[in-house]
Design a protein around this ligand. Structure first.
Ligand code: ABT
Ligand code: MG
Length: 149
């Protein structure tokens, strides 16, 4: 099924110069970039985005971290992109993330795991609406589509 998901390079990934590498992996995989922007997350947006973790002991640190510098927010489209991109990203804790996954290759600790990806279709819809206006998303077909599907 064709889906959209929300992917974000976190402040540590931006500072470490990993935007290009991460975009490249999704591009080469065959997913379609529907929207992207470099932005500074406000405290309000951070608390809303991570609302499910509000009661967790690490919530304050999480909000501080995600607002500590610019992030690169993206929407990617493709068949089963929500689940597949979670595999490409790897386990939340980079110590458990497989080599070959983004966190497995580039991250060391759970507090600085360089990338976010929506964990379900419902989360994806919620997060895309939280970060993007409809007019910031573009609908088009990649020329290589018939070689991917
Ligand atoms: P996100 O993509 O950031 O949502 O990570 P993921 O979905 O893989 O993992 P979840 B469970 O959503 O973690 C959200 C952020 O909270 C951090 N975290 C999580 C901790 O610092 N300690 C913990 O014990 C857990 C469970 C990691 C995630 N990211 N950041 N930044
Ligand atoms: Mg999550």
């Amino acid at each position: 099924m064709m889906e959209k998901t929300f992917i974000m390079v976190k402040p540590d990934g931006v500072q470490r110069g990993l935007i290009g590498e991460i975009v490249s992996r999704f591009e080469k995989k065959g997913f379609v970039l529907a929207g992207a922007k470099l932005m500074q997350i406000s405290t309000e947006l951070a608390e809303e985005h991570y609302g499910e973790h509000k009661e967790r002991p690490f919530f304050g640190e999480l909000v501080d971290f995600i607002t500590s510098g610019p992030v690169f927010a993206m929407v990617w489209e493709g068949e089963d992109v929500v689940k597949t991109s979670r595999h490409m990203i790897g386990a939340t804790n980079p110590q458990e993330a497989n080599p070959g996954s983004i966190r497995g290759d580039y991250a060391v600790t759970v507090g600085k795991n360089i990338i976010h990806g929506s964990d379900s279709l419902e989360s994806a819809e919620r997060e895309i609406n939280l970060f993007f206006n409809g007019n910031e998303l573009v609908d088009y077909t990649r020329q290589d589509k018939t070689w991917i599907y």
